[in-house]
Ligand binder design. Structure first.
Ligand code: C2E
Ligand code: CA
Ligand code: CA
Length: 652
């Protein structure tokens, strides 16, 4: 910009100077023509000017104010005339030569000092040699000295003005440009900052996101390799978050996530990294724990943070979590497998409802222990006495009568004892053995129904189907064939399908549900509320009942009662508006049963009434009675010695 300014000023001042000089030369030419008009041609030849001619010249040029001196030279440098009447003098030979030879004026600025050496004033003169021609021949030259001080002062002042204007303009321009560039760079900077923030932080909670966690994890692992410390990773998932979202609204859901983030962040050490992985999933990285047990203890402390209810407006909501823990180097030796192990552990915590679960190879698909168990299951499906169905009654909350049973699978493993379904059903699902297991359950159940039918009127029995079963019509064929073979009315068989299974592949599941409905087998949505689907999506399906997951029910007795009741009520009202029967699972105390009855829940199931028991240990009121006698039972009585309240399943 400085160079531009300097160039601009230089060019302008040169243009002005050139113009002034051209004007001076033009003036010198006209003075010459006035002067030489009075000089006879032969004066140049002889080198002498007559005094009267000199006087004429003086008179001719008298009127030119700018003229300081006029001298006339012959071509060889003889002085013909001097306006200052100096008889002697010499021309500037080179310039005289140049002017006469080139027939062009030669102009030069010269400085003249007037007065004495000290107090003198300097004046600038324009000294022009103008060739004098007579009849086309150059005969000499007129040296015209013009006062140039005024002009050069004017040029200098104009140059100063131009300089000022240019400098001012440029400063202004610079300021403008600077402001623009500054603003733009500020904007760029802040958007780069925001992008970086978005790239590494979760926008809702402000916690680190998955990427940042991965980065911290890598660093912690590098440290661990260097110093031999243990890295703990906990994955935490909020139970039944989707329903909180559905029944209370997404704003409340977001509010809850923010509060969870605050509790987690507020309670952990500075070096622990709390991240939100998306949805209701959080991760906590413990970069330096003493041992696996230490990480486990830390995770349990985290879970304790969820004991006080969360306040959403004036609603106290009790929220539970499932946490999976894995450690490096104990369970994994790199970041991604550590994540996977923690995920396996979280899945275990969730399905077994353990709260906190530390990774164990038993739960992992690829571990040898799993493969052994899978082989055992394969074998067990071929024998009669290992896999059994136990039955748990469903009670009508208005009459107290048993109105149905649920068949739950147990495995009497030859070396490991009685195994709960959570230990082998997921294994069967992952390995494809599930179809055989389902067929086994259906066969056993329908055979049992046939036996009971001989004794009287049995209540309907529900069998659990897995997600894999309901994507093909094969299961309906199996059911039809079994019912026909044992001559059991379809109304006695029901199926329960988990919420997540129902929505996993609707285009394949819905036709299967429709066929079940057509043949008269009722379908219930199981574990309702813990999946991540919206209630209305499920209610459009051809189903007859809905089983509220026991997590909600258990809560109704706890300190988050109010919130749970709101959610359960929302579910019940919506289900009823779609004509569905509502069953509450996991009812363990009379107060909860009473609360459920108030919320118009239709049926209840749980340890309050009875755990799942083998068919020969069912209570009298759960068993078929002589035809017509069932409706005589008016109240629920419990057999002595089996107090269902607080009971654990006797077979576990
Ligand atoms: P589910 O269908 O939700 O079954 C209810 C579970 O809750 C049963 O666990 C039952 O014993 C337990 N339970 C009942 N009342 C109470 C109570 O008051 N309090 C508590 N805390 N728990 C109660 P179980 O028998 O261990 O079954 C676990 C899951 O395994 C079942 O959950 C079901 O999803 C699956 N399952 C069981 N049998 C089969 C089967 O034959 N086929 C398939 N595909 N899945 C099965
Ligand atoms: Ca069930
Ligand atoms: Ca259930």
């Amino acid at each position: 910009m400085l160079a531009l300014g300097v160039t601009l000023v230089l060019v302008t001042s040169n243009v002005m100077q050139d113009q002034a000089r051209r004007d001076g030369v033009a003036l010198a030419r006209s003075i010459e023509s006035y002067a030489s008009g009075s000089v006879p041609e032969q004066a140049f030849t002889v080198g002498v000017l007559a005094p009267e001619d000199a006087a004429r010249v003086t008179a001719q040029v008298d009127g030119f104010r700018e003229l300081r001196r006029l001298r006339m030279w012959t071509v060889d440098g003889t002085l013909l005339y001097d306006s200052l009447a100096d008889a002697t003098g010499f021309p500037d030979g080179d310039r005289l030569d140049a002017a006469t030879r080139q027939r062009e004026p030669d102009a030069q600025l010269v400085t003249e000092v007037q007065g004495d050496e000290f107090g003198g004033t300097e004046t600038t003169l324009l000294d022009v040699y103008v060739p004098v021609q007579h009849g086309g021949v150059v005969v000499g030259a007129a040296e015209v000295m013009l006062d140039y001080q005024g002009t050069s002062d004017a040029v200098a002042s104009a140059t100063r003005t131009v300089t000022l204007v240019v400098a001012g303009g440029l400063v202004l321009l610079w300021l403008l440009l600077f402001r623009t560039v500054w603003n733009a760079s500020r904007r760029l900077q802040s958007s780069a900052l925001e992008n970086a923030r978005l790239a590494l932080l979760d926008s809702l909670t402000g916690l680190p996101n998955r990427r940042m966690l991965a980065d911290r994890l890598e660093r912690a692992i590098a440290d661990s390799h260097a110093t031999g410390t243990t890295v703990g990773l906990a994955l935490l998932d909020i139970d039944r978050f989707k329903d909180i979202n559905d029944s209370l609204g997404h704003d409340r859901g977001d509010e809850l996530l923010e509060q969870v983030a605050q509790r987690l962040r507020g309670d952990l050490r500075e070096e622990d990294v709390v991240a939100r992985l998306g949805g209701d999933e959080f991760a906590i990285l413990f970069p330096d724990v003493l041992s696996v047990a230490d990480a486990d203890a830390a995770a349990r402390r985290v879970r304790q943070l969820f004991v006080p209810p969360f306040m959403l407006g004036d609603l106290a909501l009790h929220v539970d979590t499932s946490i999976g823990v894995a450690c490096l180097p104990d369970h994994a030796d790199d970041g991604s497998s550590l994540m996977r192990m923690a995920d396996v552990a979280m899945y275990t915590a969730k399905t077994h409802r353990l709260g906190v679960s530390v990774y164990s190879p038993e739960e992992d698909d690829s571990s040898p222990a799993r493969l052994v168990l899978l082989g055992d299951l394969h074998r067990a499906l071929g024998v009669d006495d290992e896999l059994q169905l136990h039955y748990q009654p469903k009670i009508d909350l208005r009459t107290g009568r048993t109105v149905g049973l649920e068949a739950l699978m147990r495995w009497r493993h030859p070396t490991r004892g009685m195994l709960p379904p959570d230990l082998f059903v997921p294994l069967a699902e992952q390995s494809g053995l599930i179809h055989d297991l389902t067929r086994y359950a259906l066969r056993t159940c329908v055979a049992q129904l046939a036996r009971w039918s001989e004794d009287g009127d049995p209540v309907p029995v529900a069998v659990n189907l897995s997600a894999h079963d309901v994507t093909s019509h094969a299961v309906v064929d199996v059911i039809e064939e079994l019912l026909a073979r044992h001559d059991v009315p379809p109304a006695l068989l029901e199926v329960e399908i988990t919420e997540t299974a129902l929505v996993s592949d609707p285009s394949r599941v819905v036709p299967v549900l429709e066929r079940l409905s057509e043949i008269g087998v009722h379908v219930s949505i199981d574990d309702f509320g813990i999946g991540n689907t919206s209630i209305s999506q499920l209610l459009d399906l051809p189903v007859h009942g809905l089983k509220i997951d026991r997590l909600f029910v258990a809560d109704m007795a706890g300190n988050g009662r109010e919130g749970s009741e709101v959610i359960v009520k929302a579910m019940v009202d919506l289900a009823h508006s779609f004509g569905l029967q509502v069953v509450a699972e996991g009812v363990e105390d009379a107060a909860t049963a009473e609360a459920l009855r108030r919320l118009t829940v239709d049926q209840a199931q749980g340890y309050l009434y009875s755990p799942a028991v083998p068919p020969d240990r069912l209570r009298a009121e759960d068993l078929p009675r002589d035809r017509g006698a069932r409706h005589a039972v008016t109240s629920v009585t419990h057999e002595s010695g089996r107090t269902p309240q607080g009971a654990t399943p006797s077979d576990r």
